[in-house]
Design a protein around this ligand. Structure first.
Ligand code: GDD
Length: 427
């Protein structure tokens, strides 16, 4: 029997996703028309022995999350539960805290996945790989190749090329270590908790030993429970014959910034060709013209003269007028694009309105197409004190008047703009 854990983080995480994460927890943001997490859940539910999926995070239980959980349970006919950490316990602390829940029913193995990645999720391949490599107690990390410069933003893995054993693991090194990076998707056996337990006990002892007045005031138990899988566990397990890397050359990307959500949407829309052709819009009589891969929610109302695509996702209840052009964008539910408006490389927030003949445009931050190992750069918003040109984001309920241009800007929710803006954050 198998289980899966998805690490969904909490409200303090996902800051590069603002202002979109103000309205909906980042793991529920729609990517290729469905919540980011649904792609993970779907991949897990395809495994015949998968009994339960646990979401672990430090969000307060909320309406959106509850609604998503009950819909997903019905759709995928599998038990899905949310377990809330009392504080951010790190990527290893959360699973350790809830180890009894994970181990109930005695699964022989379980997957752990970061919520903020998009992937083809080669889970059956990881299971086969685990059977072929090491002993029954070995753990598997999904790895992929990055270019030298970008590898520094990820966990880096040095492997034994013959056996695929992880010899050395460094989280976000400051100088080059390896071009094989950690994809944030793991296959563990219950023995992992012995290793996490050892770190927990060491943390507790350290705390007793080095106790300072400051630490006495803070909650010592909590401090010992904060454990990072990457730095505290993988680094120690490397070279012990316990940790292996399964390398994939299929699509994979992090989803850190809003720009990377558009890129991830493109990757999933491409995959829909084989997995969900019914989700891809086709050029039908009376419907809008589509170019490339486009997702349109059935409740959207779109004028037949509009042209959409490639890589466009249209949410529930969106209204699109005559002559509208949309490309490389995500239009969230309830938005209205009035006649002849144009939206390129942008995310249009829930309930926003774009006036007639207005143009909302951003700059894509796609990986270098000439480098097969390039990943998307989810850098900080500013470089040299200036806003980096990036996709345009309209928060929820923003009104853009007719005939203006909004270029490379981020507009916070509930704004009524009255003119054009370029390279600005509009607060
Ligand atoms: N439940 C819970 N989840 C957490 C916590 N902290 C982070 N997470 C979740 O764990 C995932 C990893 O988040 P980060 O800690 O922000 O790490 P990262 O910068 O994304 O790097 C990780 O992922 C890379 C691949 O995308 C890896 O290359 C890297 O080694 C590392 O695992 C995210 O899905 C995040 O929501 C926590 O305290 N509790």
């Amino acid at each position: 029997m198998l289980k899966a854990v998805i690490l969904i983080g909490g409200p303090q995480k996902g800051t590069r996703f603002r202002p979109l994460s103000f309205e909906v927890p980042k793991p529920l943001f729609p990517v290729a028309g469905v919540p980011m997490l649904q792609h993970h859940i779907e991949a897990c539910s395809k495994l015949p022995n998968m009994k339960e999926i646990l979401l672990i995070g430090f969000y307060q239980p909320n309406e959106e999350l509850n609604r998503f959980l009950s819909c997903a349970q019905q759709d995928f006919k599998i038990s899905i539960r949310y377990l809330q950490e009392y504080a951010a316990l790190g990527t290893g602390g959360g699973i350790y805290h809830f180890r009894d829940q994970i181990l109930s029913g005695s699964p022989e193995a379980f997957f752990v996945m970061n919520a903020d990645v998009c992937s083809e999720f080669p889970l059956p391949e990881m299971l086969d790989f685990q059977k072929e490599h090491g002993d029954a107690y070995s753990f598997v990390i999904l790895g992929t190749t990055a270019n030298r410069k970008q590898s520094l933003n990820y966990g880096c893995i040095v492997e034994n090329e013959q056996t695929d054993e992880v010899l050395h693991y460094v989280e976000k090194p400051s100088t080059f270590v390896s071009d094989i990076i950690n994809c944030g998707i793991y296959l563990f056996t219950p023995e992992i908790f012995q290793h996490i337990g050892t770190v927990f006990q060491k943390n507790q002892q350290d705390m007793l030993f080095y106790r300072t007045r400051l630490e006495e005031q803070s909650n010592g138990w909590h401090r010992a429970e904060v454990i990072r899988l990457e730095q505290d566990i993988f680094t120690a397990l490397a070279g012990q014959g316990k940790l292996y890397v399964y390398k994939t050359d299929r699509f994979w990307s992090q989803i850190k910034s809003a720009g990377s959500a558009i890129y991830a949407s493109r990757l999933y829309l491409n995959q829909y060709h084989t997995t969900h052709p019914e989700r891809l819009a086709t050029n039908r009589e009376g419907g809008p013209k589509t170019r490339g891969h486009v997702y349109i929610h059935p409740t959207a109302n779109i004028d037949p003269t509009a042209v959409l695509g490639p890589n466009v996702s249209i949410g529930t209840g969106v209204t699109i007028g005559a002559g509208v052009r949309v490309r490389e964008s995500i239009i969230l539910h309830g938005a209205t694009l009035q006649d002849h408006s144009c939206v390129l490389n942008s995310i249009v927030g829930w309930g926003s309105t774009i006036g007639k003949w207005a143009r909302v445009e951003g700059t894509p931050s796609d990986p270098n197409p000439n480098d097969p190992y390039a990943k998307i750069d989810s850098e900080t918003l500013f470089r040299d004190g200036k806003l980096t040109p990036s996709i345009t984001i309209l928060g929820c309920n923003v009104n853009i008047p007719s005939e203006v241009i909004i270029l490379n800007s981020i507009v916070l929710p509930h704004k009524d703009l009255n003119r054009s803006f370029k390279n600005q954050i509009i607060l």
